[in-house]
Write a protein that binds this ligand. Sequence first.
Ligand code: F6R
Length: 233
Amino acid sequence: MKVIKTNSYQETSQKAAEIVAEQIKSKPDSVLGLATGSSPIGMYDELVKMDLDFSKITSVNLDEYYGLAPENDQSYRYFMNEHLFDRVNIRKECTFVPDGLTADPEKHCAEYDQKIIDLGGIDLQVLGMGLNGHIGFNEPGESFPVGTHLVTLEESTIEANSRFFASKEEVPTQALSMGLKQIMNSRKIVLIVHGKAKEATLEKALNGPVTPHLPASILQLHPDVTVVCSFNE
Ligand code: F6R
């Protein structure tokens, strides 16, 4: 595992963008696994500035709130359009985000896993990490979630994400999340972590025991992870 500690969110975003840009240049038809949340926003801004060719890229997103329509400005589909897809030459039909309105989550999740297999797997997966150590919405628990699944969000995740909503009550309580199998099968991973509040959890995830109580710790078992982090606010 490679850990790049920088002095600012700006530098973290720049480094993460360089890794993604390198992937796109070396394999223009890459399958990128993408994340939402505050961590990758700066990286998306940097990627847009780099004027890369996304015309052959396919993307699969980690997760989506269950119950939110793509047009809802809090949905992760909306986030991706706003922060990246509408700003680069990616073909929208080659961007995949779990369907928050699916009537049959189990079937949809199985299809999402199959889609990733059909695409030949993920070349580079971008991850953020929650305050509780989740990656995707794989929350701490007694076992590591395997496939894409419907998850009930932890109270602490709802609390953390309420900053994006008008009130805590508006935060969906469930989400569809890629499982750890798909994440761990990615050929490369870049994990972006920013903020003092996450420093101790990241330290445990990287150097403590591998445990489902801290889902990000599983990344210790992946052969090609780069962690880009900064802890100053
Ligand atoms: C988002 C995702 C989550 C976030 C995590 C950190 O697609 O999968 O795991 O990466 O909750 O969120 P921020 O970056 O907002 O602190």
